[in-house]
Design a protein around this ligand. Sequence first.
Ligand code: HEC
Length: 99
Amino acid sequence: MTLKDAKMPAGAAKLGDFSKARAKLTVSKQEACDSCHQIGGKGGVSCPTLDGAASRLNPDWIYSFVKDPQYWDPKAWMAKRELDDATLQLIVNYIASLE
Ligand code: HEC
């Protein structure tokens, strides 16, 4: 929750209303995040579960990490992907809401 560094833009994550249905489609069908991560009690178990992220992860950090995992850990296994900002914000809103 408190992990950050000087270059991490504060306020990058724009939390607000979002479509949960669209977010679910994005993380499962479109980006297949759930092939690796458990999300909403379903999905892969080989990687950190994203359930509980609401109380564990800082939304700005989620934004920064998903945008560029290798920035945080050069050996990160998770691939960097080209996501437009709207998609990224949708994903961040969704993950940041997982209890
Ligand atoms: C190929 C498997 C894979 C896919 C697909 C994947 N991830 Fe990851 N993710 C990982 C791994 C492994 C880690 C742990 C850090 C590392 O070694 O990369 C991680 C870490 C994370 C973290 C930090 C979790 C924590 O508790 O520290 C977040 C948030 C995250 N991923 C979100 C996503 C999102 C959103 C997507 C879809 C856009 C996604 N991941 C797709 C493998 C994956």
